[in-house]
Design a protein around this ligand. Structure first.
Ligand code: FCB
Length: 443
C-alpha cells in the first residue's frame, strides 16, 4: 500500500487534529562555527562512539537551508513543525543571549507563522553546552538552574511566536544513555549516575515550567517523554515482576514524578549510591502542572528475570526496522490506555513516531512501503487509544527528513524526505506523499 488511511469517523480525520513533522537541532542544523561546542560535538570527536565516525558539523545543512526546508514542510501540508533550539547557539558561556543564534530561530519562527504552521519548540534535545558539562553537566544540580535561566531569556526573546514549548525531549535518554550506560553523549558510565542525572533533568523541567508559564502563558507548555513498554517473556511471576521493574526503571521513572510528585517505589530497592539527592521542594517543582504531555513511541522491549540483576532484556524478535527495533504497534495502544488509567493526563500529543528503513533512491524516487506500513499500523493504534478514551490531540512523524541519528550516525534513515548528504538535495519519499495526502484529505 502506498496510502495512509484511518477509520471513517476517526477524530484523527478532523481538521482540529494536529499533524506535524519533527526534527532536532543537532541532528539537522550543522552551522557548527556559529555556536559554542556541545556534548555531542565532543562525543563525536572521540573514537568508536559513532558507528560511521561522523559528526554534526554539517548534518543536513539546515543552518543554511532553513528557508528551503520550511518551504518543504509547507509543501507537505502539515499543521505543525516540531523543532528544537540549540542551547549553545543561543546562549554565551557568560549566560547572555547570543543574538545571532536567537535571530536564526526568530527567522524560522516568523516564517512558520507566515505560513500558518504551528511552532512546537523543544528547549532541550540533548545538546548540552560543553562548558556546562565541564562543571558536571546533568550530574550537577546547578545545571537545572542554568536551564531555567536559558528558558527565561529565550522565551522572552521569542515573544508570542511559539505555539507550544516542551522543556525536555526524552530525559530518559539524556540520563540513562548519556550518564549511566554511556552510549550517548557525554558518554559517562555508572549505575550510580543515572537517577541523579534524571533528577536534575526533571528539576530543570519543573523550574523551566514556572518561567514558561510566566513568560509565555498562552502557549502549550509541557514535556516530551519516550516510552518503551516493558513486556514479560512469559507468564511466570518472576518474569512479570522483572518486566514491571524495568517499566518503573525506564518509563514510569520519568512520568510518575510529573503527575504523582513521587518516584516509583523501586527507589527503595536501588542501592543508596544510586539515590538522587532530593531537596525539600523538588518534587513539588517537578510536578508543576503541564498543559500537554508529548509522547514518543517507537517499539517495545521484552524482559525476563535474572539472578544477577533486577531484569534482563531479551533481544527483539519478530519484524524489526532497520535500526533493529521490533515493530509492535499494539504496544502503542496499550501504552496510551495504561498511562490514561494510571494518571490524570493533560492533552496528549504524539511528538515522535516513525521507522528507520534502508531506503534506496532510484530515479529520484524512494518507494518506502515498509515505512508507510509502519505509519499505517501506528496511526491505527493511536486511533484505537482515542476510541478507548485517550485524549490525543496531535501526531508528529519522526522525522521530516533523514538526519544524524546520534550514535548510529547517518546510516539510519528516519525521514519522510530523503537527504542526499553529498548534494544536500531533499526528495520527498512515498511515505511523505502518503502523509501529505492523509492530511489534506481531512474534512
Ligand atoms: C528519539 C529521539 C530522536 C530520534 C528518534 C529516532 O529517541 O528523540 O531524536 O533520534 O529517537
Amino acid at each position: 500500500m502506498n496510502t495512509l488511511s484511518l477509520p471513517k469517523h476517526s477524530t484523527m480525520l478532523s481538521k482540529n487534529f494536529v499533524y506535524g513533522v519533527a526534527t532536532a537541532a543537532f541532528q539537522i542544523e550543522g552551522g557548527v562555527n556559529d555556536r559554542l561546542p556541545c556534548i555531542w560535538d565532543t562525543f563525536c570527536g572521540e573514537p568508536n562512539n559513532i558507528v560511521d565516525n561522523s559528526n554534526g558539523d554539517v548534518a543536513c545543512d539546515h543552518y543554511n537551508k532553513w528557508l528551503e526546508d520550511i518551504e518543504l514542510i509547507s509543501s507537505l501540508g502539515v499543521d505543525a513543525y516540531r523543532l528544537s533550539i540549540s542551547w549553545p547557539r543561543v546562549m554565551t558561556a557568560s549566560g547572555k543571549l547570543n543574538q545571532t543564534g536567537v535571530n536564526f530561530y526568530i527567522n524560522i519562527l516568523d516564517e512558520l507563522k507566515k505560513r500558518n504552521i504551528k511552532a512546537f519548540v523543544t528547549l532541550y534535545h540533548w545538546d548540552l553546552p560543553q562548558y556546562i558539562e565541564d562543571i558536571g553537566g546533568w550530574l550537577n544540580r546547578q545545571t537545572a538552574y542554568k536551564f531555567q535561566e536559558y528558558t527565561d531569556l529565550i522565551s522572552k526573546a521569542f515573544g508570542d511566536r511559539v505555539y507550544s514549548y516542551a522543556t525536555l525531549n526524552e530525559p530518559f535518554c539524556s540520563a540513562y544513555l548519556g550518564y549511566e550506560v554511556g552510549i550517548h553523549a557525554p558518554g559517562k558510565k555508572g549505575r550510580e549516575n543515572g537517577k541523579k542525572a534524571a533528577h536534575h533533568l526533571l528539576l530543570a523541567h519543573g523550574l523551566a515550567m514556572e518561567v514558561l508559564n510566566k513568560n509565555s502563558p498562552r502557549s502549550l507548555n509541557g514535556i516530551v517523554l519516550n516510552f518503551t513498554p516493558a513486556y514479560a517473556v512469559d507468564d511466570k511471576v518472576e518474569n512479570i515482576e522483572a518486566a514491571k521493574f524495568a517499566d518503573d526503571y525506564f518509563n514510569q521513572w520519568y512520568v510518575k514524578p510529573l503527575f504523582d510528585g513521587q518516584y516509583p517505589e523501586i527507589l527503595q530497592q536501588l542501592p543508596e549510591s544510586c539515590h538522587p539527592d532530593i531537596h525539600s521542594d523538588d518534587m513539588k517543582i517537578i510536578s508543576h502542572p503541564i498543559d500537554f504531555l508529548g509522547i514518543n513511541f517507537y517499539t517495545r522491549m521484552v524482559y525476563r528475570a535474572t539472578p544477577d540483576d533486577f531484569f534482563e532484556e531479551i533481544p527483539p524478535e519478530g519484524k524489526l526496522t532497520d535500526i533493529g527495533w521490533e515493530i509492535y504497534p499494539q504496544a502503542f495502544t496499550q501504552l496510551l490506555t495504561s498511562l490514561n488509567n494510571l494518571y490524570e493526563l493533560p492533552p496528549i500529543y504524539i511528538t515522535e513516531n516513525g521507522a528507520a528503513i534502508a531506503d534506496k533512491i532510484i530515479d529520484n524516487e524512494v518507494n518506502d512501503l515498509d515505512r508507510i506500513d509502519y505509519y499505517q499500523k501506528h496511526l491505527f493504534a493511536a486511533n484505537q487509544a482515542i476510541v478507548q478514551g485517550v485524549d490525543v490531540h496531535g501526531y508528529f512523524a519522526w522525522s521530516l527528513m533523514d538526519n544524524f541519528e546520534w550514535a548510529e550516525g547517518y546510516l539510519k534513515r528516519f525521514g519522510i524526505v530523503y537527504v542526499d548528504y553529498q548534494t544536500q538535495v531533499r526528495t520527498i519519499k512515498a511515505s511523505g506523499v502518503a502523509y501529505k495526502n492523509l492530511i489534506s484529505d481531512r474534512k
